[in-house]
Design a protein. Structure first.
Length: 262
């Protein structure tokens, strides 16, 4: 991500590595001016015979509670050498022409890191691993569908009867007690902390159900606990709203790809 500096030249402000499906998310704290920022690939990708596209401007799709969400059109790259599992062309492909607005980052290539940690948070619980055969298709299902008995077979990793305190950790035990289950957390309405628990549980289920869901399971648990320890109703509502949007398939109009249990 590059934004205009003091001299008007684009300066790299942050880098992020895509997952193996090409999806990525960047988060910025505070209130940065993103109107003239642009996104562009900083290194060659690993696709088959793709062509690098130009830098793309940001599209504002959501603004509420001092929170803004932007999307960027697709960015595609061309590797120097095709991967071994890619079909090779009979003649070499021409090199892409230089782009009119290149971004030349000076930072070292970013490294993948686990979910952030905070000295103020207690140790987070150890979550089950992702399914050995991940669901590649993008899917996001709201809590109402997860709560329906006819879709219970889609709870592949987490059992509906697991305790919230066990899944989300000691802060959840202090706030919600030791009796409420993941299934029971779906009934929370009309109260900020109940809404946070409901949407966090739903986001955790969606993160296990589709590898393209915006949040990794560890990210869901981290943001949930961060909202609890913050002690601010506004932070609780903002976190719940972010999970609600992801669970509703926004942005991108992603639909629910449930498997019928009948």
């Amino acid at each position: 991500m590059a934004c205009p500096g003091q001299g008007g030249q684009l300066e790299v402000i942050k880098e992020e590595t895509t997952n193996w499906l090409g999806s990525y998310v960047m988060r910025f704290d505070g209130s940065p001016d993103m109107n003239d920022c642009r996104a562009q690939l900083s290194v060659d990708g690993q696709g088959c015979q793709a062509v690098a596209g130009p830098s793309q401007s940001l599209n504002l799709v959501f603004q509420m509670f001092d929170t803004e969400i932007y999307t960027v059109n697709h960015l595609i790259s061309q590797p120097a050498q095709p991967m071994t599992n890619c079909p090779r062309a009979s003649s070499p492909l021409p090199k892409p022409k230089p782009q009119p607005e290149p971004v030349t980052p000076t930072l070292p290539p970013p490294k993948r890191t686990p979910a952030p940690s905070s000295p103020h948070l207690p140790p987070l619980p150890r979550l089950p691993p992702m399914p050995s055969v991940p669901i590649l298709e993008a899917s996001a299902c709201p809590y109402r569908m997860w709560a329906m008995p006819e879709y219970e077979c889609n709870w592949r990793v987490l059992s509906p009867d697991l305790k919230v305190a066990f899944v989300f950790g000691p802060l959840a035990r202090q706030k919600y007690g030791t009796d409420i289950t993941l299934r029971g957390s779906m009934n929370g309405r009309g109260y900020p902390y109940k809404t946070l628990l409901r949407e966090s549980t739903t986001a955790l289920l969606n993160s296990y159900n589709s590898i393209q869901f915006p949040y990794h399971p560890h990210d869901v648990v981290f943001h949930f606990n961060s909202a609890l320890i913050g002690g601010s109703t506004r932070q609780v509502l903002v976190t719940a709203l972010r999970f609600l949007r992801a669970n509703s398939g926004r942005p991108g109009n992603v639909t629910c790809k449930f498997t019928s249990c009948k």
